[in-house]
Write a protein that binds this ligand. Structure first.
Ligand SMILES: Cc1cc2nc3c(=O)[nH]c(=O)nc-3n(C[C@H](O)[C@H](O)[C@H](O)COP(=O)(O)OP(=O)(O)OC[C@H]3O[C@@H](n4cnc5c(N)ncnc54)[C@H](O)[C@@H]3O)c2cc1C
Ligand code: FES
Length: 257
């Protein structure tokens, strides 16, 4: 069991978790964990926001069954695997522009802190309405903007995280520029066995869990990822409906008692 030492609710659908899991405490920038609430719960990939000597913190945005369960019920995790994935390539690039969507701001802050230590100048453009960890972002980035429209930034490197659609749009917007993006894919085991997280990179199959999750965006087949995003939509809808019923039953029972 891995205790959740602190759960800070940020909105009706997002929270910040501080988790005791000493094996994750040495994670490098841009890595992630797989967490499982209970033995029969789904495993969920979550980016590491920060580490401390006994574990890590992460941001959870509840979008479906498994993340909603963590948001509403988790006090401990049954299983925490990590640190997973290849770290972000941290070095001096010069001017670095981050584009983030929703929970993407958490891995962006994690990577930005390491890039800042290398003397990079950091810009953040956050593109979704939900802007969590805003205070933290203002502390780490040299410039922060929250906008509905993608604004062009004069940068040596572009980084995107939180949405495949956003990464695809940036590839079209910056045809000549290096872009490093986190691919957003379903994951099952995160150890390279199930192949659920496959990504086409330069026409070759790569695995987001072990080769990624960061790839040069111009090499990724985003169309393929966007089609596969919706592959389990019906099952996800049913799972969410079932879970909402369970939550309703629980709250009715609590009212009666
Ligand atoms: C490497 C990595 C890091 C991540 N880091 C974070 C993080 O720090 N915080 C956070 O809140 N979320 C993060 N995510 C996304 C998170 O894992 C998913 O939102 C979660 O697995 C959804 O599970 P669910 O059962 O709650 O929802 P589901 O019922 O599985 O899905 C609900 C909706 O979200 C879509 N969806 C679910 N998972 C994905 C996915 N991985 N890619 C694209 N669309 C998806 C579904 O198509 C559906 O529309 C990360 C994902 C990856 C791959
Ligand atoms: S999640 Fe199974 S191979 Fe990557």
């Amino acid at each position: 069991m891995y205790p959740i030492l602190e759960k800070r609710v940020l909105s009706e659908e997002a929270c910040l978790l501080k988790v005791e899991a000493p094996h994750v405490s040495k994670a490098q920038p841009g890595q992630f964990v797989m967490v499982q609430h209970e033995e029969l719960s789904e495993l969920v990939p979550l980016s590491i926001l920060s580490t401390f000597e006994k574990g890590f913190t992460c941001l959870v945005k509840a979008v479906g069954r498994a993340t909603l369960e963590i948001f509403h019920e988790a006090r401990t995790f049954h299983y925490v695997a990590g640190p997973l994935g290849k770290p972000f390539p941290v070095r001096h690039y010069g001017n670095v522009a981050f584009y983030t969507y929703s929970w993407g701001v958490a891995p962006a802050i994690n990577v930005a802190e390491a890039l800042k230590a290398q003397g990079n100048k950091l810009y953040l453009v956050h593109l979704s309405e939900d802007f969590y960890l805003e205070d933290m972002a203002y502390r780490v980035f040299d410039s922060v903007s929250h906008s509905k429209e993608i604004q062009i930034v004069d940068a040596d490197l572009v980084i995107s995280v939180g949405s495949n659609q956003l990464s695809k749009e940036l590839v079209a917007l910056y045809p000549q520029k290096d872009i490093i993006s986190m691919v957003n894919v379903h994951m099952l085991d995160a150890v390279g066995l199930c192949l659920v997280c496959r990504v086409l990179v330069d026409g070759k199959q790569r695995l987001a869990c072990s080769d990624g999750p960061w790839f040069y965006a111009h090499s990724v087949n985003w169309e393929n990822l966007l089609i596969r995003e919706g592959a389990y939509a019906e099952q996800e809808r049913i799972a969410l409906e079932e879970y909402r019923k369970i939550l309703r039953r629980k709250s009715l029972r609590e009212e009666v008692l």
